[in-house]
Write a protein that binds this ligand. Structure first.
Ligand code: COA
Length: 335
């Protein structure tokens, strides 16, 4: 079967959930040697949400999933696939997909977690879409959820200013082919970038030990400048690639919903596509970088702000640890 002859699959519901507690730049000034102006100018972030200690990723993931189901007018029993991109699963196993399936009381479904860091949502979206296109599943929840505060070293000013907690989720199902839904998805990995951004311990390479804790190997390590160089080019190029290989011009694009890692990385993609500020969804100011939750939650923000209209051509784009990067082109199918 050619891609064209496969059934159309679209996003029919979108939800998000965030902790109440805000960690502002002023709060961080009291914790590390930083200042509000530096953080705003270098990243675009004003504040982020932080979960209470002990609240796991599945908590906000389940809430975001419920919101997405309500938005789609569906019940948990309508779902037969859960895909959960996350770098902060409740536990290494069982998967957070299993935990959320149980919390939502979904029966007869299957599902799994996806590890692709900040590109997790787009990778998971493509995996779920392929399942539905091939008739293996009927309706999927794709739930990006993160408790980034659980792996951030709040004494490291290079990383602690960047990340926030929260979740975003979408419902994916077959749609009228005339509406298109998701048109194309291009995704890449390049493991040679792993040295610049990783969390070393807690897996089979460095199981947890007194030494790994003492050496702070259970928190994020990032060479920001290196990652920035790849991210600026990677996200902008793949966003343009998915538009052009489908015969569209950048001027056809109505809205760009990028991963929210740094406002300057977002602006590079905006420039590459020649979009106005109104055509780019920015939520990093209020939520920071929420890794796999950033794109689905930004979609929900755009929807709440009335910036998504039926038939709009939308580009989702990401770059993250791995390195991983990708872009998805879709038509919004909801009123
Ligand atoms: C992390 C990031 C914001 C840092 O911004 P930057 O402009 O690259 O800044 P640099 O790392 O070059 O640091 C510049 C200076 O600011 C200092 N600095 C770093 N963090 C600081 C902070 N929170 N407050 C004040 N100064 C800080 C550095 O020590 C450095 O000082 P020096 O010049 O005396 O050595 C940026 O590199 C970035 O966003 N990287 C990509 C992140 C990303 O996309 N990750 C992948 C997806 S999760």
């Amino acid at each position: 079967m050619t891609e064209q002859s496969l059934p159309a699959v679209g996003i029919t519901g979108v939800g998000m959930a965030f902790p109440e507690r805000r960690l502002t730049n002023a709060d961080l000034e009291r914790m590390v040697d930083t200042n509000d102006q530096w953080i705003r100018e270098r990243t675009g972030i004003r504040e982020r949400r932080i979960a209470e200690k002990g609240v796991p990723a599945s908590h906000f993931g389940a809430l975001a999933a419920q919101a997405a189901l309500a938005d789609a007018g569906l019940e948990p029993s309508d779902i037969d696939l859960l895909v959960v991109p996350t770098v902060t699963p409740d536990m290494l196993f069982p998967s957070t997909a299993c935990v959320i399936q149980d919390k939502l009381g979904i029966q007869g479904a299957w599902g799994f977690d996806v590890s692709a860091a900040c590109s997790g949502f787009l990778f998971a979206l493509q995996a779920a879409r392929a399942q539905i296109q091939t008739g293996q599943s009927r309706r999927a929840l794709v739930i990006g959820t993160e408790i980034m505060s659980s792996i951030v070293d709040y004494t490291d000013r290079n990383t602690c200013i960047l990340f926030g907690d929260g979740a975003g989720a979408v419902v994916l199902e077959r749609v009228d082919p005339a509406l298109d839904g998701i048109i194309d998805s291009i995704n890449y990995i390049d493991g040679s970038g792993g040295k610049h951004l990783h969390m070393k311990a807690g897996g089979s390479l460095h199981p947890a030990s007194e030494e790994t804790v003492r050496n702070k190997m259970h928190t994020i390590y990032q060479e920001g400048r290196e990652v920035f160089k790849f991210a600026v080019r990677g996200m902008a190029e793949v966003a343009a690639e998915v538009v052009e290989r489908n015969g569209f011009a950048p001027s056809d694009v109505k809205l760009l919903v990028p991963h929210q890692a740094n406002l300057r990385i977002i602006e590079a993609a905006q420039r590459r596509l020649g979009l106005s500020d109104e055509q780019v969804v920015v939520t990093i100011d209020r939520f920071g970088n929420t890794t796999s939750a950033s794109i689905p939650s930004a979609l929900r923000v755009a929807r709440d702000e009335g910036r998504l209209h039926k038939g709009d051509l939308v580009v989702l784009a990401s770059f993250g640890a791995g390195f991983t990067w990708g872009a998805t082109l879709l038509r919004w199918v909801r009123d």
